[in-house]
Design a binder for this molecule. Structure first.
Ligand code: NAP
Length: 296
């Protein structure tokens, strides 16, 4: 079996086209969704993520208020900016690009964001609501994974999903979303990590494998069963002298061989990545609708 490729770029483009129309409709009602973006320092990956977010805001007609602060910014100044954005009615969502420089306390910053504007879904109020199955902002990457599965027609209910990785931004929230007693959940979920004994023992049982380990070749062909659905969240740089920049991006899955066994698989790049920014925009538009009284 050779897998059908899940084209995350296309799914994201479809969702963005729908959102663009929705934003145009909201503007006619006097509601302009707005996203506040804060970047501290010049980490190249963070700069590129933030640039992508601003570009997408422009593309969709979402107002964006961008602040690029020097790496040596004091915690108190960042906290003051977050509080200013909390109080600004033009801003419906606040995104503080992580990781922050080492001298800063990330938790304090995340906790300071008004949960009503927590479009990254990292505030404990959002996390708690997600766990108990209440409506809230879901974290963008796992929410993107869920949409990729749904829009690809994958049966989630009753499936055994094995997630490799237990981070607060991917593995844990995804596991929570998939075990919800809801039409988009009802899966049986196993979460694996570095202390899991015999990872392959679990992945071989999976109907759906989600790799979010941050290590190339974590999932190889012998570790999956025929017909498995594979979602590769990993983004890893591997040296490649044939590339101008000296490296190429790969996921956590040995794509070329696993695709010969899988029924569906996401590539890297072009799989989960484009969905993450899209889900941020979905949350920002939803927040604007709630603030404008058109959604609860
Ligand atoms: P993270 O915080 O480093 O967590 C990695 C998780 O994987 C940990 O729970 C770790 O276990 C587990 N792990 C690592 N190696 C493993 C192995 N060999 N076997 C089993 N488990 C293993 O990473 P993250 O932030 O969740 O990100 C994961 C990957 O996704 C990274 O490559 C990141 O760049 C990518 N990512 C992509 C997007 C996107 O938009 N496409 C967004 C977010 C992240 P322990 O807990 O035991 O250490």
């Amino acid at each position: 079996m050779t897998a059908r490729i899940i084209d995350g770029k296309q799914v994201a483009a479809d969702m963005r086209a729908e959102l663009k129309q929705e934003v145009a409709g909201l503007k006619e009602q006097g509601i302009t969704p707005g996203l506040g973006v804060i970047l501290v320092g010049d980490d190249p990956a963070s700069v590129s993520y933030v640039t992508g977010k601003e570009r997408t805001c422009d593309e969709l007609g979402i107002y964006s208020d961008h602040h690029h602060l020097p790496a040596e910014t004091a915690q108190a100044d960042l906290m003051a900016l977050v509080r200013k954005m909390n109080a600004d009615p033009k801003i419906n969502g606040i995104l503080v690009q992580l990781p922050l420089p080492k001298h800063m306390d990330e938790s304090e910053v995340i906790f300071a964001i008004d949960p009503a504007k927590d479009v990254d879904g990292f505030h404990p109020v959002s996390v708690g609501k997600m766990v108990v199955g209440e409506k809230t902002f879901l974290p963008c990457t796992p929410h993107g994974v869920l949409h990729l599965l749904l829009r690809s027609g994958v049966q989630i209910e009753g499936s055994h999903v094995v997630i490799v990785g237990r981070s607060n931004i991917v593995g844990k929230p995804l596991a929570n979303m998939l075990i919800q007693k809801s039409p988009t959940g009802n899966a049986t979920v196993t979460v694996c990590h570095t202390r899991t004994k015999d990872l392959a023992h679990y992945t071989r049982q999976a109907d759906i494998v989600v790799a979010a380990a941050g290590r190339p070749n974590t999932i190889t062909a012998d570790m999956v069963k025929d017909g498995v659905v594979v979602i590769d969240v990993g983004v890893n740089r591997v040296e490649d002298a044939t590339k101008k920049r000296g490296y190429r991006l790969v996921g956590d899955v040995d794509f070329e061989v696993v695709k010969e066994k899988a029924s569906l698989i996401t590539p890297v790049p072009g799989g989960v990545g484009p969905m993450t920014i899209t889900m941020l925009m979905v949350n920002t538009v939803e927040s604007a609708k709630r603030a404008g009284g058109v959604s609860k």
